[in-house]
Design a protein around this ligand. Structure first.
Ligand SMILES: [Zn+2]
Length: 292
C-alpha cells in the first residue's frame, strides 16, 4: 500500500468507528447497515431499486441511498455501506456506481471509490470482530476452509468473496495466495458441502455463534440454523435435519422468532425475493392481492 492509500484507509477506518459511535453501536460487533442508516442524524434513507446498476448516493438535506435489489443479500448490504461511505466521507455530488466489485477498487483510478470500499469493509467487518468470530468457533482465518469463511461471511451479513478480499487486502489476516485459492472455490461447491449434497441456489448460515439478534433474509433463501431450532410461525418451511443443523426455507415475508434449546434465539426477518422499495418496509407481510 502506498502512503496515499494508507491515508485513505486510515480515514475510512476512523470514519467507520465514528459512525458506529454516533449510532450507539459497540466497535467490533456485526451490524445491520439498514438499521444503522436509520439511526444517523440526519437519517440516511435506503431504497432498493429494480435496476442493474449497483447503487447510488444522493447528497441532500434528506440523504438517499439506492442499491440494486437484484444483487445477492450480502452484496446489497456491502453496497449500502459503500454508498454510506460516500456520505460520511463527504464525497461531493451525486455518486453513481455501475460496478462496486467484491470490495476491491483500484485506488490509482479512483481514490474515492477505494475509500468508500475501505469504509464499507471496516464498518461491516471490523478487525477485532473478525478475529473474535473465527476464534469463538475454534477456527483460524489463515487456514480456514471455504465453508468456514462462508459461515463467517454470513455472521457479518456480507458475501463470501467480499470477506475473502477484506481478509487479504485490508486486514492482512490471510495471504493473497490463500485469497486466490479461496476465490476459486465456487459457492455451489460450498453449499453442497454444507448441506450434504442437497442443492440450493441461495444459502445463509447462522450457527450457535451467530450474534446478531436479527437475521435478514428473503423468500426462497435456504437457512441452515442450529440443531434444535424451532420457528414460532410456519413462514419457515422445515426441509431437513442434517448433522450441522436444521434446514429451513422461508416461504413468505414476515418476522419469525426462532429458538434453540440452549437459549440461542434470533428473529428471522423475511423479505420478498428481490424486494424493491424502502428498506424500512422490507419485512412487511404481504397484503391480500399483493404479488408474491
Ligand atoms: Zn462508489
Amino acid at each position: 500500500m502506498t502512503v496515499g492509500n494508507a491515508d485513505l484507509a486510515e480515514e475510512a477506518l476512523d470514519k467507520a468507528a465514528e459512525v458506529r459511535e454516533e449510532a450507539g453501536l459497540p466497535f467490533g460487533t456485526p451490524v445491520n447497515v439498514y438499521e444503522l442508516c436509520e439511526k444517523l442524524s440526519p437519517q440516511v434513507r435506503v431504497r432498493f431499486a429494480n435496476y442493474s446498476m449497483e447503487g447510488c448516493y444522493h447528497r441532500s438535506d434528506r440523504p438517499l441511498i439506492e442499491v440494486s435489489a437484484l444483487r445477492p443479500l450480502g452484496r446489497r448490504a456491502f453496497n449500502t455501506a459503500h454508498e454510506l461511505g460516500h456520505h460520511v466521507l463527504g464525497h461531493p455530488g451525486m455518486r453513481l456506481d455501475e460496478q462496486i466489485g467484491e470490495g476491491k477498487s483500484d485506488p490509482a483510478t479512483s481514490p474515492e471509490e477505494f475509500a468508500a470500499n475501505a469504509f464499507a469493509g471496516f464498518l461491516l467487518m471490523p478487525k477485532i470482530g473478525v478475529r473474535r468470530a473465527f476464534t469463538a468457533r475454534g477456527w483460524k482465518a489463515s487456514v480456514a476452509r471455504p465453508e468456514e469463511v462462508f459461515a463467517i461471511s454470513c455472521h457479518f451479513g456480507v458475501g463470501y468473496l467480499t470477506l475473502v478480499n477484506h481478509l487479504a487486502f485490508s486486514l492482512n489476516e490471510i495471504t493473497r495466495e490463500r485469497a486466490g485459492a479461496l476465490s476459486k472455490v465456487g459457492l455451489p461447491v460450498i453449499r453442497r458441502s454444507l448441506l450434504g449434497g442437497q442443492g440450493s441456489d441461495r444459502l445463509w448460515v447462522a450457527d450457535r455463534h451467530y450474534s446478531m439478534p436479527t437475521l435478514d433474509t428473503e423468500v426462497g433463501t435456504t437457512l441452515l440454523l442450529p440443531i434444535g431450532s424451532e420457528p414460532e410461525f410456519d413462514h419457515l418451511r422445515h426441509d431437513a435435519d442434517i448433522p450441522l443443523g436444521r434446514v429451513f426455507t422461508p416461504t413468505r415475508p414476515g418476522l419469525i422468532r426462532v429458538e434453540a434449546a440452549d437459549g440461542w434465539a434470533v428473529v428471522v426477518r423475511v423479505a420478498k425475493f428481490q424486494y424493491s422499495g424502502w428498506s424500512t418496509n422490507r419485512h412487511l407481510e404481504l397484503e391480500d392481492g399483493d404479488d408474491d
